[in-house]
Design a binder for this molecule. Sequence first.
Ligand code: PEP
Ligand code: MG
Length: 358
Amino acid sequence: VAAPPPELSTLLDWADGMRRLGVRANADSAAEVSTAVALGAEGVGLCRTEHQFLGERLPLIRRVLLAADPAARDEALTALEHAQHEDFRALLAAVGNRPVTVRLLDAPLHEFLPAPGDASDAGEEQRAAGLREANPMLGLRGVRLALSHERLYPAQAEALFAAWADVAATGVRPELEVMIPLVSMAEELAVAAVYVREAAAAVAARTGVVVPYRLGTMIETPRAALLAGELAEHAEFFSFGTNDLTQLTYGFSRDDVERQVLAGYQERGLLTASPFARLDPHGVGALIALAVERARGVRPGIKLGVCGEHGGDPESIAFCDGLGLDYVSCSPHRVPVARMAAAHSAPRERHDENGSAR
Ligand code: PEP
Ligand code: MG
């Protein structure tokens, strides 16, 4: 993807001089990273690793989930680890020396399981039936899946650290952040942190490379926001997942509610915008503010960002800037808008220091 035209680049460079808030992008592949960087992203705020298993890679994750016995599962995990090693090597090479937040698998199971009747044999069909859920977004997802498939996060983390060692050998040192999704209990995060630490130790023993990384968590359940102080004891950074946090705070299904409920609410003037598009400052925003305060109380320097869709919305960006978050992360194509919005919401003194904004 080409960089913005010269006049726009000049304007955006000027905006960059004004803003305090960092702007990263959500990117899952090397190609998306390159697009994001061309549009001015300072790094990757969210790599959703489950997206690396869609399409032709689907059988890889399905074999892990539906393995008939431990030997078949181990074989499937080895294949998954090899595939991820390639994915991560390409991703990290594209990231260069920038920060990159790699989120371990957060798959709602229905995206990966075969549809009823589509399994390869009767045994697989039975195992898939046992995993189907009425509410997959509230089910065996994120860290919960990792706790029930104990080799899953270690396999991903080993692939990630091995890939970092590979790119480091070429002189590139991405600033690696490993992120755990859908946490609601400090105990979940503590277990996941052990998986990641052991993976780093295994790669160090194998390659001789001690990979520097930060461990952090998504804050995307109301409980995680309320317990942010406890979570901060185990996390060096937080990224607010405002998509799930909005879903869980309102109790609005992010998959269904726009059409069924919110369009009507907007027509009646009950809402000016969908809370999935514009951060609700009173409910969701209050939870974020409370989490920020509690986290900073325990770990003053904790790094804080937002990686839900709101990270690309100007009004939501102003709210995040007001809380003093470190960065927002949005889709690559929204990065220029986010850079402008962050300049606009920057404190007045910065405008004065850098020349009038008007
Ligand atoms: C979120 O919930 O805001 C988030 C960024 O994660 P995902 O959209 O992948 O659930
Ligand atoms: Mg989420």
